[in-house]
Ligand binder design. Structure first.
Ligand code: HEM
Length: 436
């Protein structure tokens, strides 16, 4: 593995922190070593479940052309575990139900609707900025920016989904966070025969939390429906307006609210967190962004390439699929290794593991040799529905942060990205945060 060392150019010039962006073998050691033995497509087993591993952009392209979005499923082996998080929300629904949900949900994320949410994003970010200034003035300039940005993004998604002023909303989102932590502790048993018997207490805990959340959300939605609050411009208000004759049931509305929380806050927070790590290592880009916000999109694309918050994409074939004379049988699970493809030198060149936002200057695909080699938001008709919201939030939060502070790596930072459903810095991201 190529290790690039990084000289932290702060007051303490002797700091020498070892950091590499060549993370595939670190975050997916098995896939990385099996790739060397078996290539970019092979079958492996998760407990008793066979999975087709794919890190081959051209095969993915052929499969994607062959199979329309509504003919894809999501691996049923994950369904039970993810049910309390997503229920029958857009991430998990399949077939015609997916088409109906997508038609109702997607318009809520159009840029005009999102604009109305910008003020709340600014307010939440300013609150975080004030705590950072206070912490700095108290003589403690090292801040775990990951912790604070995830919390702020949680507040932002709560407000963009349910609006402000509902005291139940805070309660719902605290419980959703607790549910996420509980579910993460049970994830490792997926596919293991009789696995559910190893996690009885946690499963029960998750079920009870899930019930409490559903009841709170139902009461919020009922109250909205019976008052003119349904016209509010938050995501729930927009879904209630879009709900015309295609109609989402109450249960489905509850599940979409949960889906927005789980799909939409940690991912966005991590894209900002990893960007701050990269900017702390590259003061030139930090200064450049202060002058030239235009370049933010390149930096975001490059951060999402090196550190994709959603490190893999999954599918299940609902029918037999024919590609190149081969049959992928109905029911086959597919595990698409996004980290593997984003760091593949055959797709990106010898500098694949270097931070070079300028690769996105003239090419939205970053000069990748294959259009299916860059998949931070997934692919095909099931591509992430929230990406406009992410970009707006990213731009607002980062612009405010860069206009107030400079960022340097803290010597206490230990570079250890790992996959905990999303791709996270295992020990947080302590940065030296200096008001400008
Ligand atoms: C950096 C931020 C984000 C990343 C990296 C990300 C990534 C992804 C990925 C990889 C998928 C799967 C696509 C596929 O299966 O092909 C997805 C789907 C989805 N995302 Fe995001 N996402 C982000 C932000 C958001 C936000 C802010 C929301 C909403 C508030 C959201 C809601 C969803 C939903 C509902 C789906 C399911 C779409 C469908 O199956 O039709 N995401 N996202």
């Amino acid at each position: 593995m190529k290790i690039t060392s990084y000289n932290n150019n702060n007051n303490n010039n002797n700091d020498h922190i070892i950091i590499t962006h060549d993370i595939h073998s670190q975050v997916s050691p098995y896939f990385s070593s099996w790739q060397k033995s078996f290539g970019k497509v092979f079958v492996y087993w998760l407990g008793t479940e066979p999975f087709l591993y794919i890190a081959d952009a051209e095969l993915l392209n052929k499969i994607s052309k062959e199979v329309a979005a509504k003919r894809w499923g999501k691996p049923s082996v994950f369904r039970n575990d993810r049910d309390p998080m997503f229920g029958s929300g857009l991430v998990m629904v399949e077939g015609n139900d997916w088409v109906r949900h997508r038609h109702i949900v997607a318009p809520a994320f159009n840029p005009i609707n999102l604009k109305a949410m910008a003020t709340n994003i600014v307010a939440s970010t300013n609150k975080m900025i004030q705590t950072w200034v206070f912490q700095h003035n108290s003589g403690n300039p090292v801040i775990d920016v990951e912790r604070d940005i995830v919390a702020t993004a949680g507040e932002i998604i709560a407000i963009t989904t349910l609006g402000v002023g509902d005291h139940n909303a805070t309660n719902v989102f605290q419980k959703l966070r607790a549910l996420q932590i509980t579910l993460f502790n049970t994830n490792r048993y997926v596919g293991v025969p009789f696995g559910k018997y190893f996690k009885v207490i946690k499963t029960l805990e998750a079920k009870n939390l899930g019930k409490e959340i559903d009841e709170l959300l139902l009461s919020i939605i009922e109250a909205r429906k019976s008052t003119k609050g349904s016209h509010q411009s938050d995501l729930l208000g927009l879904l209630l307006q879009e709900n015309g004759d295609k109609k989402l049931t109450m249960r489905e509305l509850v599940d979409e609210c949960k889906t927005f929380f789980f799909g939409g806050h940690e991912t966005t927070a991590l894209s900002i967190t990893w960007t701050l790590l990269l900017l702390a290592m590259h003061q030139d880009w930090q200064n450049q962004l202060r002058d030239e916000i235009q370049q933010m999109k390149w930096v975001m694309n490059e951060a999402l390439r090196l550190y994709p918050p959603s490190p893999n994409v999954q599918r299940q074939a609902r029918d037999d699929i024919q590609i190149d004379g081969l049959t992928v049988p109905k029911g086959t699970n597919m595990w698409i290794d996004v980290v593997g493809m984003h760091h593949d030198k055959e797709l990106w060149g010898e500098d694949a593991n270097e931070f070079k936002p300028e690769r996105f200057m003239e090419d939205v695909n970053g000069g990748c040799k294959h259009k299916m080699g860059y998949l931070p938001f997934g692919f095909g008709g099931r591509m992430c529905v929230g990406r406009n919201l992410t970009f707006m939030e990213y731009k607002i939060v980062l612009t405010l942060l860069l206009s107030k502070f400079s960022f340097k790596l803290s010597p206490s930072y230990h570079h250890s990205p790992s996959i905990m459903l999303s791709l996270r810095p295992t020990h947080g991201l302590p940065l030296i945060v200096q008001p400008l």
